[in-house]
Design a protein around this ligand. Sequence first.
Ligand SMILES: Nc1ncnc2c1ncn2[C@@H]1O[C@H](COP(=O)(O)OP(=O)(O)O)[C@@H](O)[C@H]1O
Ligand SMILES: [Mg+2]
Length: 390
Amino acid sequence: MPGYLDRIGAGKILVNKEPISFDWTPNNLVGRDKELSELASMFSHIENHNSSCRAVITGPVGSGKTVLSKRFGHDLLKHLEGQRKISYSHVNCRNNPSTSQVLQQIAISLDSGHPERGLSSGEIIQSIRRNLMTHNNHLLLVLDEVDVLVRRDNFDLIYKLLRIDESQERQGSLSLILVSQDSMLLKLFEPAIISRLGASNILQLKPYNKEGLIEIARQRADIACRSGSISEEILQKIGTIASESGDARLAIELLDSSIRKAESAGRGEVLIGDIEQSSARTASIEPSQVDGLSKDQKLIMLGLCRRLKKESEINTGDAEKLYHLVCEEYESKPKSHTTFWKHLKLLENEGLIETRNDKSNVGRGRTQYITMNNVAPANLATRIEIDLQR
Ligand SMILES: Nc1ncnc2c1ncn2[C@@H]1O[C@H](COP(=O)(O)OP(=O)(O)O)[C@@H](O)[C@H]1O
Ligand SMILES: [Mg+2]
């Protein structure tokens, strides 16, 4: 047996890998009691069979929006056991960005198979409703990262879901929680949607502070690791680094990578040097960040935003063409190809855009794609247009 394989399953530190994964939902959330109570009060009528509840959760990356909505959903189902039958469906719109994909995910979660082809979204929604009513069921639907859906398909689906019981005899088929990183999104909602959602049903999560992040790392370390393998000093250091962004994911990532480093060095204890500073990254950005860009960077961003309002990504070739078009529009001389690339890198470093290489495209040189995950392109476009017109 080759000796190097001894490392597999050796687990000098880890006894249970699961809590180190992002998808693990702890039974108790650290420091979010107040937020959970607020959600509960938005759902105070949920035990009535005729009622539907609504909530909007916003907050920066890693502030626990996803885990909060999941914890709440599962706790609520348990709490209402025997009182009201509720199905919980959590759809991530980044993975399912179109109206039909979202509806398909809902249908799958209700076990009613795939929606029939050729039906309009309105018809599919009504068929979902009939299915719920027949089974005396209520759907608690979470549309996570809903800004991705809105950017692509506008508010149409949300509007239809909010009106699902309109002019129907029986009410109360669906409760909705919208989750979005971008609180600017709320400003884009039409008044009709806001009034249906309830203007006060908005829960804004703050980024975690150092203490919160330490406790989040500690909770996982306690369950995942051998006792004594992660010292207080390590948790403090992780908390300090992650508090720059307040992103809980970063704290967990740092814990994970430092454990791996220590284990691969054959140690049963994490040392300060195992914590990778390099994985520190910035969280979501503020739209005001574009105000400080140079004119060319603004022109590049404007081109990107206009396309990314409609599509989820754009390749760099198209991005450069759009930059030239925008330059023409604002009567500015476009910079060289090399300078354009330099600016793209800077924009990426600022966290305004993200890039990925398409590896499948070998031979023709790698194609790079740009996405904007941390901010709504429509908002930025308007902001930059106003700025450039001054
Ligand atoms: N209060 C908390 N207690 C325990 N774990 C948390 C808490 N908040 C966030 N996490 C964990 O941090 C990670 C990021 O949280 P997530 O809900 O995905 O953030 P968001 O959806 O806001 O980007 C997840 O693995 C989540 O389980
Ligand atoms: Mg999330």
